[in-house]
Write a protein that binds this ligand. Structure first.
Ligand SMILES: [Zn+2]
Length: 222
């Protein structure tokens, strides 16, 4: 039944290409949800040098949070276009290959959590899906829901870095510290803005016994 549904959507899409959410032309060919031009635009835009924060010695991001990628991330997050993961998968693999040396010692992958109300509303946690893609690429485990968001915080957008940090006080907790003890962790999120969320999560992970935390985001605000 599911296969029939997929075949039917593929045929409909060949006859009537879907609208590309990034450039709004009717040229997206199934199963990739954006058009070829936008796909090329994402893969050809310049990659970013790594950065760091107080608790993370290294943060890798695939691309700047702007243009086509920004629209793809918003479409994925707020309109639940799950096939967008095909676009992100490619980007993640490229960034991984370029930074293989700095990811050699990673033991496990941990997604940045969202609180359960938000997850219920959105239907998924985008960071968890990206962490699964990285888990497949690096052949590493992604233990589920070990780092949890336990506090409902106000939206970070529009807040200064200091206010963001205050907003996140006591927001996260670790369910099973034994799973992360002595481990080198790759902490994954969709977008890095000031780095306050990544840094607060890394602090919790280190406090619980992690050996090191490296950050990985799909995009970074410049
Ligand atoms: Zn397009």
């Amino acid at each position: 039944m599911l296969q029939l549904k997929i075949i039917t959507s593929a045929i409909i899409n060949v006859l009537f290409p879907a609208e590309c959410p990034a450039c709004k032309t009717r040229s997206a060919k199934f199963p990739v949800p954006i058009c070829e031009r936008c796909t090329q635009d994402i893969s050809s835009s310049s990659s970013l040098p790594s950065t760091s924060s107080f608790y993370l010695a290294k943060i890798l991001s695939c691309r700047p949070y702007d243009g086509t990628l920004k629209q793809c991330i918003r479409q994925f997050k707020y309109h639940r276009t799950e096939r967008m993961i095909l676009v992100f998968d490619e980007l993640i693999k490229k960034t991984y290959l370029k930074n293989k040396h700095s990811l050699n010692d990673i033991d496990i992958i941990v997604p940045v959590p969202i609180n359960k109300h938000k997850k219920r509303l959105r239907g998924f946690n985008q960071a968890e899906i990206l962490a699964q893609v990285l888990g497949n690429t690096l052949s590493l485990p992604v233990p589920s829901a070990n780092l949890k968001k336990i506090k409902k915080t106000i939206p970070q957008a529009g807040l200064s870095k200091e206010k963001r940090i205050n907003n996140l006080i006591k927001a996260f907790s670790i369910r099973e510290p034994l799973l992360i003890k002595e481990k080198h962790i790759l902490l994954v999120d969709d977008v890095m803005t000031t780095g306050a969320t990544l840094d607060t999560c890394a602090k919790e992970l280190l406090k619980a016994g992690a050996k090191s935390v490296t950050g990985f985001t799909l995009a970074r605000t410049l």
